[in-house]
Every structure is written in structure tokens, then in C-alpha cells.
Design a protein around this ligand. Sequence first.
Ligand code: C5P
Length: 240
Amino acid sequence: VKQGVLLYAGKAKQVFSTDDPELLWVYYLDQATALNGKKKVAIDGKGTLNLHISGLLFKELAATGFPTHFVTDMDNQNMLVRRAKMIPLEVVVRNRASGHFVSRFNVTPLRVLDPAIHEFYYKSDALDDPFMNDEQIVALGIAPRATLDTLRTMADQVNTWLTARWARAGIELVDFKLEFGRLADGTLVLADELSPDNMRLIDAQTHASLDKDVFRQDEGPLVPVYAEVLRRLQATQQEV
Ligand code: C5P
């Protein structure tokens, strides 16, 4: 497969076309952003770590039969994925209070949330990714209700699998964000990435942050933390 033209430049990844109309080429950038891009720093080695973490999780999740866009990782910073038409929603699932949930409701950080909470955010840099409820999403034609139900079900399935997977690595899954798209044949697939940029992870024993919060809160260098996360994943990998 040959790399084509740049289609989309994101904050942590770039997406290129390929000579195969069904495949896209994703380049994981050595860059971290926070505050919706207002804080942006180059971090050597981050792209490679995120590619390996994301690739490993996508591979294992796909092996359970869950539909994803993942095809293969090609080298240290590039991944091939199936072309999907993205649904412009961020699907957030929270198992424990953190981040915006804590600031919005003034609750104790890491308070357990039962049931797990789903939130949808409209993907729009211009609008700063506003929260949307179901009726807002349906009435504005962003997704029909049946699709929202499916997204919730799929997000729950990912939560169940991912929670258990991180637990094997001595890590607790606090919250995460997913994005979905549709393949040309209409199949809904999990897209985007599965990395510590998009989820909050804490050490199961110490509750130390093992994700982008380290960068958001200036708690020290990010690369050793992501490297530790990858090391633990690899150490607990099962043959797929
Ligand atoms: O900021 P907030 O508390 O709403 O984030 C919830 C979860 O969603 C976190 O794991 C965060 O990393 C992820 N997230 C994301 N991209 C965004 C917003 C949140 O990956 N634009």
C-alpha cells in the first residue's frame, strides 16, 4: 500500500489516503495537546508509544469479534485502517469521577459511578466540542436514535473488555472517549485510537495517573508513563 495525500490533520494524528480506496494511512504525531489544542507541545517518542498501545489494544479487541477500523501497524509511527465515514460524536464513558465530571458536579475525584455514565459530545473545534443529549443529536440530524442506542451498547462492550484488559495489567480504567464510523457497507466500527491520550488510567494499587493527565497537570514527563503502560500491556499479552 502506498501513502497518498493528507486528508485530515488532527491534534495527535494525521490521516492520509492510500492507493487502495478502502484504506487510510494514519501517522501518529510526536505531539501532545490539551485544553482543546490551546496547550500544545512536541514530545519525542509519544507517537510510537501511542501507536503500539493503540495497535495492541485494537488487535486484541478485534480478535474478540468486535468491529474496528484497525488493519495493521506498519512501523513505529504508521498504521493502516479501513476507511470509515466518521460520526461526529465523541462517546465518553465514565466508571469513576474525574476531569470535567468532577469540575461540573463538584464530587470527590475517583468516586465510583454506578451505573457507568455515557456522555456524547459534538465534534466541533469551532464550538469547543459541546455536550449533547439524545434529542439534540437526533433533532439536529447528527445520528438517529437507533444509532445512539447501538453506540451506547458498543461503548459498554468496549468498557467491559477494556476494564478487564487493563485490570490484567494492574491498571484501573477511570474513563475514556471513543469515536465510531461506518464502512462503505454501512457497518459501524470503532475508529480513532485506544491510547492513554483518550482514557484515564490509574495504577490499581497507588491510583497514580498513567495517562495524559500527567501532561494536562504538568506532573512531569509523559514518555516514561506511556512506556510503562505499554510495558505492562506487553507483559500481560495473550496470543491472538
Ligand atoms: O475531559 P473529560 O473529563 O470530559 O474527559 C473524559 C475522558 O474523555 C478522558 O479520558 C479524556 O481523555 C477523554 N477525552 C478525549 N478527547 C476529548 C475529550 C475527552 O479523549 N476531546
